[in-house]
Design a protein around this ligand. Structure first.
Ligand code: HEM
Length: 296
């Protein structure tokens, strides 16, 4: 059984649904690079202005749900660049992944596989968690940092350490952080209550008001950062130096079929941003391609 089949089976998804993050809203926008982008990468996806195809998404909800649970893990995928210089950045609302290796990911999912009564065996889940405490970090982060009431006010992370090379040939690791611009204008209770339904309506009305903007940030590495482990953050990750690569403005909604057909894959990266070296990233490349083939 491939990891894609296991993801679908655990979530109870039909074969034509995305294996994860199946609820989504496809949108269009623009990307404008900052002056600093070229210091970090020569990738023309990041150093040149371009149109953007993007998809806001949520995990753990039915593909056809009109509204999503405010506490689900959220995703934001976007494609920057033009011609043969396209890059897909596929991010989520928590800065760590729930497994450090593909075997551990498969075991995590297998432990949660529903039994004949349609629910997982909680004793098995607890035994797995006790033996693999690092697999609880993603859920712990989500519990300690409830998501804001709006998808437009959510911060998204690329999780992996990406090698970025600039025009001088200097390479360093960066992590992508995609941070909402302007959410400080919203009252704090609005930004911290995660109970709401209506996330889709909220997103659509903010897009109509041209109110959805994100800074694409590169968090800069330091010697000794754990670049192979996607279950832990870098030391003082929130406090460290970050460079704004550019700004995305979401300008309109797009038919979901457009995102379904075009298929984001985190391995699609223009020269100047390389593939992260960890084994989870390597597994993602094939998994997205397989899922997209199977659901067409
Ligand atoms: C750092 C960890 C990860 C993040 C941030 C992440 C994020 C996402 C997002 C946002 C989507 C929705 C894509 C879209 O909008 O079209 C997605 C889909 C998907 N993810 Fe991940 N994911 C992660 C890890 C993984 C891993 C480790 C696997 C498998 C080995 C995986 C397999 C998939 C698959 C199969 C899909 C459905 C693709 C499709 O049918 O279009 N993901 N993921």
């Amino acid at each position: 059984m491939s990891v894609v089949d296991v993801l679908r089976a655990v979530a109870g998804r039909p074969p034509k649904a995305r294996a994860s993050f199946c609820w989504g809203r496809c949108v269009r926008g623009t990307y404008a690079p900052s002056d600093q982008a070229k210091e970090i990468t020569k990738s023309r996806s990041f150093t040149m202005p371009s149109r953007v195809l993007a998809r806001f998404s949520a995990d753990g909800v039915s593909a056809n749900a009109v509204d999503i649970d405010g506490c689900s893990l959220r995703g934001l995928s976007f494609r920057l660049g033009s011609g043969n210089q396209l890059s897909d950045i596929v991010t989520q609302s928590v800065p760590v992944h729930f497994a450090g290796t593909l075997d551990q990911m498969l075991a995590f999912l297998q432990a949660r596989m529903p039994g004949p009564d349609g629910t997982p065996d909680m004793a098995r889940v607890e035994a797995f968690s006790a033996a693999n405490p690092e697999t609880l970090r993603q859920a712990s982060y989500l519990a300690a940092n409830p998501p804001p009431a709006s998808l437009a006010c959510t911060t998204y992370w690329g999780v992996h350490a990406f090698p970025a090379t600039n025009a001088r040939g200097e390479t360093r690791f960066i992590k992508f952080k995609v941070a909402p611009v302007g959410d400080e204008r919203w009252p704090s209770e609005h930004a911290t209550t995660a109970k709401s339904t209506g996330l889709l309506r909220d997103l659509d009305s903010r897009i109509a008001a041209r109110d959805v903007r994100f800074s694409v940030m590169a968090l800069l590495d330091r010697p000794g950062d754990p670049v192979m482990d996607v279950t832990i953050r870098w030391p003082d990750e929130d406090g460290r130096e970050a460079v704004r690569l550019g700004t995305i403005v979401i300008t309109r909604t797009e038919s979901n079929e457009t995102c379904d057909a075009s298929g984001f894959n985190p391995a699609n990266l223009a020269e100047g941003i390389g593939h992260p070296p960890d084994e989870i990233f390597a597994a993602r490349r094939d998994a997205y391609a397989l899922s997209q083939t199977e659901r067409r």
